[in-house]
Ligand binder design. Sequence first.
Ligand code: DGJ
Length: 728
Amino acid sequence: MGITFDEKSRRFALETENTSYQIMVDKHNRLIHLYYGPKLHGAADYLITCQDRGFSANPYDAGEDRTYSLDALPQEYPTTGTGDFRSPALTVVDEQGVMGCDLTYQKHKIVAGKYALKGLPAAYDKENTSATLVITLEDQVLGLEVDLYYGVLEKTDVVTRAAVIRNAGEGCLRVEKALSANLDFVSGEYDLITFHGRHGMERNTDRQRMINREIRVGSRRGASSHQYNPLAVLAERDTTEMAGGCWGMQFVYSGGFVCSTEKDQYDQVRFQMGLAEYGLSYPLEKGEELIAPEVIMSYSNSGLRQLSWNFADTIKEHVIRGPWQTKIRPVLLNSWEAFYMDFDGEKLRGLADEAKDLGMDMLVLDDGWFGHREDDSTSLGDWFVWEEKLGGSLRDLVDYVHEKDLLFGLWFEPEMVSEDSLLYRKHPDYALQIPGKKPVRGRYQLVLDFSRQEVVDAIYEQVSKVIEENDIDYVKWDYNRSIIDVYSAESACQGKVLYDYILGLYQFLERLHDQFPNLLVEGCSGGGGRFDAGMLYYTPQIWCSDNTDAIDRLKIQYGTSFGYPAMSMGAHVSVSPNEQCGREVSLQTRSLVAMAGTYGYELDPGKMTEEEKAQVRGEITRQKQLAPLVMDGRYYRLSDPFTAPVTAWGFVSRDAGEAFFAAVVMEVSCNMPTRYVRFAGLEPHRFYRNESDGKVYASDALMAVGMPLPFKTGEYQSYSWHLELCGE
Ligand code: DGJ
């Protein structure tokens, strides 16, 4: 088992294949963080130093010892009110708003298998090779108990964390802040890597030097957001893709979050992740508890590439569930950029014919099929088919598509309501809005109060009926605004609404998962506004961005790859010039970029030339050949699209027998230097045959110098190489 406890030193050791994590219960019963890093054989308690320091106070039970201060010690779960003035992980107040909370060790248990969290997504372990540690801390004066959960997934070098905060006393408590993971580093020089963006341009990378200050990123939007992804990396200053130490945190949660890093007065670094404090003031009556959702942590001592693999493998093997976890995803044709909402049954049948003719697997009917949804001002909440628009029943259309041996997918936005809807007219209180105030609209729509069971039930009934009656194979689950008016008509305390909302969302998705086990659900929030491990627990793929421009996508997919596997990223080919940014990019390049995710098309093939169609058929055949490699292979970022003149990436099979590399030239100029794409991950001292030209190349040269790119004029030329290990 990956977890041990040494009774004498009261030290816990959590071991994965390549990492160790150590915690100690100290002489004052405080839980001290000792170590997280490369595999350690022995104890790390010698790392802890104590000194008498000005303005760093001492807990009363330290007696005369002025060297013992929680303001300086590395801790597992720092709280407000102990003299530690760094960012706390937990702030709990009593009925009078008193903030003093001082947690000491009470007990622990170590059990086989990975813990689950009630109502929340969490990494699971089918093979039961993992282990769980639960350390219970208490503050007897407050009447508070906290269970710190640690899960150890040895093979993917992951330690997960979550916390259960319980009112074990008589009075009422309020949780004002409850993070899930806290890592304290006693020394070292670090960079922080975060993933920021906006609608249509998600997960840009940012690397900044940790200096003496606190850096906070997060989301107050009620969703994990386009603006910051709940993923962050703390890297040693010299760490690169291939070398150096780095620690990552990834939140298995889809609501607001905060990630805070702080270099303190003693040059120690704190790295934290958990629920956003914004809007959180969670009351706990006697016996009640709040679960701080899971954070997946991983460490790599061989650079960012390995860290990304740890995350990707964890998502693939321990987060995504159901048959689609391992099944190759269908190549789809989505109606959105083909017709937007301007379609009828005939156009859709035509689209199905084209999809079949081109060799695709699924037709997805996007927004506009329900209520009387002509544009985005109406009908959300009325999930019944607009038969007049379709010129018949949805079932007829689905049957038509199924008869062609294509799957059928349908768009929903279950969490939203339009004021112009039957649902809103009947139940205005179902929308989150503040009494006496006009709500803030987003895309004309309001957010439904998913913190209320009645609302979740009402929408579930409608949505599941459509899926069941029409034999739907795939659902695109969209979410197109942020939450602003946080007021639930039924809640006695508004400080719990945002948290309970996400529980309602997860409950809905879990019911869908149970009732329709074979249904493939693709998450979406105006593209990638809710691209997180929490959603991936229910939706095995997520639409990466509303931006389908291949060149922007290189950046978006690059940033996303730091935390998520390629097989989870929805990536489609759309028209050129691109409809979001007007850029012109060849069909070849557009296809190649989309092939690095779950592949599809988002255009009207009826407008293509025969030559283009022939090309699409070829690309689909090629994608189908490559799909297993994209699904199971290791992903390589070969260059950084934000800075490099050529963006290159690749997939290599686990046994290095097959590889696929691709490159897009980002900058052209006159009389350019020859660009070389340096491959990686190949078997050293061996030879590989390139499928397209049949030539055999020495792996060492491909990895040491690279493949020269032919010179071609014109922007965004792309190249690819499908290599097979050969005996020569
Ligand atoms: C936003 C999504 O990201 C798009 O792909 C599309 O489904 C629209 N919503 C539909 O309203």
